[in-house]
Design a protein around this ligand. Structure first.
Ligand SMILES: [Ca+2]
Length: 333
C-alpha cells in the first residue's frame, strides 16, 4: 500500500512539475514573441447576396486535435466573412490527425446546423464519395460561379470531375494550398510537402484540367506567420480553439525552434475575396507524376505545360492580417 501511495504521489508531482514548466515556457515565449501592430475591432459590415462569392471549402481539418489548426481557422473565417456565400464544407484525409468529426464538432460548438458538411476521401484509392457528389452537384447548379478552396489533398475535387464530366468547365476557379517551387525549410528543418503529394494522381488531373487554378505554395505561405502574441488579438475567439492554437505554436517551438506557426490554408482563402493582396504570377508548371510525388512545381518555358497562377507571396500583408483578425473576432461563441 505504501509503495502504491508513493507511486501515486510521484506521478502527481511529475504532472504538477510538467504543468508548471509548461506555464513558465508559455509565459517566456509570449514575452519574447513579436507584437503585431494595430488593434483589430469587430467590423459588422454587410454584403448583398448578389455580391457574395460562392465557395466550397474542401479541407483536412484537425482543429480539436493537438496538431495543425489552419483549416479550422479557415472555416471560422469563412463563417464570418460577409463576402462569402459558403455553400458547404467537404473533408478529406491529409493532416496526420485529421478526422471528419473535428469539423462536425466545430459546427456543433457554434450551433450551426444548416451548413452542408460531407466526408470525402479517407485515402487516395477511395472513389466517389458524398463529398465528391456534393462538389459536383453545386458546381453544376451554379455554372461559372463556384470557387473551390482546396485546403488539403485534392482527391475530392478530381473525384467530382468523375461525377460530372463538365465539372472543370463549370467551376469558376480552384484555389489550392500546396506544393513547393524548391525545397522548403521551416525553422531548423527541411519540411515535407503534404498536400499535392498526398494524392499526386488527383493533383495531376486537376493541374492538367481546363479549370482555372491558383496555387499558394509553401514558399508563398511563409509570408503569413502567426505568433504567440497574435492570440491576444483574438478577443472573441473560442477559448478551446485558442488553446489548440497555442499548443500548436508550442509544437513549432519545440520541433522547429520557431515562435510562430504558418497560416498555410488562409492564403488561398483570403485570395478568393482579395486577389489584390497578392501579385498574380501566371507561369507554366512542369508537373509530372514524379514531380508531384514530391509536391514539386517546376516552372518551365514549355507552353504545353499547365498554365497556373502561382503568387510568390502576399503583396499587402497589413491588409491580409487585418482582414483575418476582423473576421476571426466576430466568431460567435
Ligand atoms: Ca489543410
Amino acid at each position: 500500500m505504501r509503495l502504491i501511495r508513493k507511486l501515486i504521489r510521484g506521478i502527481l508531482s511529475l504532472i504538477v512539475t510538467v504543468i508548471i514548466l509548461f506555464v513558465i515556457f508559455a509565459a517566456f515565449m509570449v514575452t519574447r514573441s513579436p507584437e503585431r501592430p494595430g488593434q483589430y475591432k469587430v467590423d459588422d459590415y454587410e454584403v448583398k447576396d448578389e455580391f457574395k462569392q460562392k465557395v466550397i471549402l474542401d479541407c483536412d481539418n484537425s482543429m480539436g486535435s493537438f496538431w495543425e489548426v489552419d483549416d479550422g481557422l479557415v472555416l471560422s473565417y469563412l463563417l464570418n466573412k460577409p463576402e462569402a456565400d459558403l455553400l458547404g464544407v467537404t473533408t478529406t484525409f491529409g493532416n496526420r490527425t485529421y478526422k471528419h468529426k473535428y469539423t462536425v464538432n466545430m459546427l456543433e460548438q457554434l450551433e450551426i446546423t444548416d451548413l452542408p458538411l460531407f466526408e470525402g476521401k479517407r485515402q487516395p484509392s477511395d472513389g466517389t464519395t458524398d463529398a465528391a457528389r456534393f462538389i459536383a452537384d453545386q458546381v453544376a447548379k451554379y455554372p461559372g460561379e463556384v470557387v473551390i478552396i482546396a485546403a488539403g489533398p485534392v482527391g475530392n475535387i478530381a473525384a467530382a470531375a468523375k461525377v460530372d464530366s463538365d465539372f472543370y468547365q463549370n467551376v469558376k476557379e480552384i484555389v489550392i494550398m500546396g506544393g513547393y517551387t524548391e525545397d522548403l525549410s521551416l525553422g531548423s528543418r527541411e519540411i515535407e510537402e503534404l498536400n499535392l503529394s498526398a494524392d499526386y494522381k488527383a493533383t495531376y488531373e486537376v493541374l492538367h484540367s481546363s479549370a482555372k487554378v491558383t496555387i499558394m505554395t509553401g514558399q508563398a505561405c511563409l509570408d503569413a506567420p502567426f505568433y504567440y502574441n497574435d492570440l491576444r488579438k483574438l478577443e472573441n475567439y473560442p477559448m478551446n480553439w485558442k488553446f489548440f492554437m497555442f499548443f500548436w505554436t508550442c509544437i513549432q517551438t519545440v520541433g522547429l525552434g520557431n515562435d510562430y506557426f504558418v497560416l498555410w490554408d488562409l492564403l488561398p482563402t483570403v485570395y478568393v475575396f482579395h486577389p489584390e493582396y497578392f501579385e498574380e504570377n501566371l507561369v507554366y508548371v512542369g508537373a509530372t507524376y514524379d514531380d508531384l510525388k514530391e509536391g514539386m512545381l517546376k516552372i518551365t518555358d514549355d507552353e504545353s505545360a499547365p498554365l497556373i497562377n502561382l503568387p510568390k507571396g502576399i503583396a499587402d500583408t497589413d491588409s491580409f492580417f487585418e482582414d483575418l483578425f476582423v473576421q476571426w473576432n466576430k466568431t460567435l461563441k
